[in-house]
Design a protein around this ligand. Structure first.
Ligand code: SF4
Length: 174
């Protein structure tokens, strides 16, 4: 395993998330989950990062920013897409400004399913990314990530628009 993979530096980009995935990612960095035990260091500058953790869906405003963040990272680099929004747009998929999942704009190496994924699942994704980073550092070709089978969040129940019934003379609803 390369030196890079022993202490990968991770940058996080919130694409258009509801913040649920971001809170879970922050939990990974806290002492309870302690992702640093795998040598992972959280950094704020993509130019210093080996792994990009993305949350949320891509929209007209952030597509260029996402591509820019990715391009600023030195090679080899790995992308971990966390949450159903990153694979399909999730609950935001039908919004007028949403373009879809992250892999439409940058190559994704690991998808972490869930809405939001638990910190354990995110850490599992980052550990997988460490292995992929090591392979890339050796020049080994790595496959594109499989998308999770369930890519869209369940729709909310339709609202019952039946007009309320008028109470009769004794106050009972018919
Ligand atoms: S996957 Fe769920 S928790 Fe994560 S950003 Fe999308 S809606 Fe929020």
């Amino acid at each position: 395993m390369s030196v890079l993979a022993k202490s990968p530096w991770v940058v996080h980009f919130n694409c258009n998330s509801c913040n649920g995935c971001d809170i879970e990612f922050l939990a990974c960095l806290c002492p309870t989950y302690d992702v640093e035990r795998f040598g992972v260091v959280h950094v704020g500058n993509p130019k210093h990062a080996d792994i990009l953790v993305v949350t949320g869906s891509v929209n007209h405003r952030n597509a260029r920013v996402l591509a820019n963040v990715y391009q600023q990272m030195p090679s080899p680099k790995v992308v971990v897409a966390c949450g159903v929004c990153t694979s399909s747009g999730g609950i935001f998929a039908d919004c007028y400004n949403v373009l879809g999942g992250v892999d439409k704009f940058i190559p994704v190496d690991v998808f972490v399913p869930g809405c939001p994924p638990r910190p354990e699942a995110m850490i599992d994704g980052i550990v997988k990314a460490v292995g992929i980073l090591a392979a890339k550092a050796k020049g080994i070709e790595t496959p594109v990530a499989d998308k999770p089978r369930i890519t869209v969040s369940p729709s909310p129940k339709p609202v019952d628009e039946t007009p309320a019934q008028e109470p009769d003379e004794v106050g009972a609803v018919k």
